[in-house]
Design a protein around this ligand. Structure first.
Ligand code: SF4
Length: 488
């Protein structure tokens, strides 16, 4: 046996690392306190008891300009009020609905610039005047209805489905990707109405899942499950839990942040607790998916709900935000949001979606290149498990990490994507490349018809997106789309 080499002379190792100055300074500076609602004229006399009551929040949710003015008083500039009014008449795809809790997360000192106001109360002057919509922007831009297995159940991926269990929310977001279906009609958009009544629709969904053991994962969404009576939600989820093949259930709710008071009601807490206990017995992972786009929207009341859910046995509470220019598309906005989610609210950063190509959304949308740059810029700060993935939701393909383009023409703003499976509406092989145009524009009116396509009527893949050279990009995409066929 050879001898071990003898240790030679060595230099002492001198630690040199230090907390270098970083582009994003940490720790967080924002105080973790509930903003004082009494600073807003309409809520000056509201007691803590009322504020923390879900019934009070729902009864006082802002549904029109008069109520908005009453809540904000002189803090709401006349110019902004007029611009929101014009937007409601000429551009809005969602009607106005804001619980006071959400209004209270806006900075009343500069409502024009406030990030929450910019997406929850869009103003006409926020929109792009020349090209408000991509020429191929559509209602149901992800073609979820084209992949319905039964009404309201989108079967796009091999093992997971999306159940749209209702079409309302406790708040309406200006950029809602389901603007086709969700909420009240606006002067621009007549909403699609489910044809099958809710109890039968839920039964059809459950029946399909009982017959389809290849599905293991169900996203229970809408709309927002915070608007489903807890009795109905419990019944539906409990029946999902009875299906042996279902292993993951995720309840999607922006209301967790928009009206956390809902989840702190005794009947809601006990209903959720029973579901969590059953999920534990059945060894199913039950989680909640939130939708928070800015750190300012996270408050101790939100954190209180999350801690209760985790204590009950929910596997996780995760966040899926949407990248919206003017709201959160800077590195510091995204990192502050992720750290606030993780440290304070105990919510796991999960996804940031590029904004889908719905009508009148071009002012919010960023390019794939910008999304790639944001993904790069947030790497390394957060633990790997909490580093949100920035994704592009490509119609008929699915969510793709923004660095997964097969090719990308930055000049024309068109990226190409592939998938490795067949969607529920697929007829072709899985290897075809799907184009996805970046921001391009014309004033072409978006469809306002309320007619949704019937299940399984696959149609050509639709674009999304953003970019620099709009006119060139628009022409390029239109030429491409004329020559392309359905991708599925
Ligand atoms: S909560 Fe979700 S479904 Fe409801 S309006 Fe907002 S984005 Fe749309």
């Amino acid at each position: 046996m050879s001898e071990m080499p003898r240790p030679g002379p060595f230099s002492p190792r001198v630690p040199r690392a230090h907390p270098a100055e970083q582009p994003f300074p940490y720790p967080l500076r924002r105080a973790w306190v509930e903003p004082d609602w009494r600073r807003l004229p309409g809520y000056a006399d509201v007691s803590t008891g009322d504020w923390e009551s879900a019934q009070w929040q729902r009864a006082h949710s802002v549904k029109n300009l008069r109520q908005l003015k009453a809540a904000l008083g002189e803090l709401l500039p006349d110019s902004l009020l007029a611009s929101i009014e014009r937007d409601q008449a000429e551009r809005a795809t969602m009607s106005m609905l804001l619980p006071p809790q959400m209004l209270n997360t806006m900075d009343e000192r500069d409502l024009w610039a406030d990030p929450v106001r910019r997406y929850m109360l869009p103003a006409f002057d926020d929109r792009d005047h020349e090209w408000p919509s991509h020429p191929l922007a559509t209602r149901d831009s992800l073609h979820e209805a084209d992949m319905w297995a039964v009404e309201g159940l989108t079967h796009r991926y091999p093992t997971k489905v999306l159940a749209e269990v209702l079409a309302t929310c406790p708040q309406y977001c200006g950029h809602c990707t389901r603007m086709d279906l969700v909420g009240n009609s606006t002067p621009q958009i007549a909403k699609y109405k489910f044809q099958v009544k809710q109890p039968s629709r839920h039964e059809q969904i459950l029946d399909y899942l009982r017959r389809t053991p290849s599905v293991r994962d169900v996203v229970v969404s809408g709309g927002d499950v915070a608007n489903l009576p807890i009795r109905v939600l419990s019944e539906f989820v409990s029946q999902l839990l009875d299906i042996d093949s279902i292993r993951d259930i995720r309840l999607a709710t922006k209301g967790l942040m928009g009206i956390p008071q809902h989840f702190l009601q005794d009947d809601v807490l006990s209903g959720l607790e029973r579901l969590a206990a059953k999920a534990t017995r059945r060894e199913v992972d039950l989680a909640v998916h939130a939708h928070v786009n800015h750190a300012n929207q996270l408050t101790p009341l939100v954190g209180k709900v999350v801690r209760k859910l985790l204590d009950m046995g929910f596997r996780d509470v995760r966040n899926q935000g949407v990248l919206l220019r003017g709201v959160n598309t800077t590195v510091s906005d995204l990192l502050e949001l992720c750290f606030t989610l993780l440290n304070r609210a105990k919510i796991m950063p999960y996804y940031f979606y590029m904004c889908d190509m719905i009508p009148n959304s071009e002012h919010w949308r960023i390019s794939v290149a910008q999304a790639q740059a944001l993904q790069h810029a947030i790497m390394g700060y957060l633990p790997g498990f909490a580093t949100a993935r920035v994704v592009c939701d490509v119609p008929f393909v699915g969510k793709r990490w923004v660095h997964q383009t097969e090719s990308y023409d930055r000049e024309k703003g068109i990226s190409y994507w592939t998938k490795n499976y067949r969607t529920g509406a697929a007829t072709s092989t899985t290897t075809r490349s799907t184009p996805y145009p970046n921001r391009a524009g014309s004033t072409g009116a978006a469809s306002t018809s309320s007619a949704r396509r019937s299940p399984r009527s696959a149609e050509p893949a639709q674009p999304c997106s953003s970019t620099a050279t709009w006119k060139a990009s628009s022409r390029a995409w239109l030429a491409l789309s004329r020559g392309s066929q359905a991708v599925s």
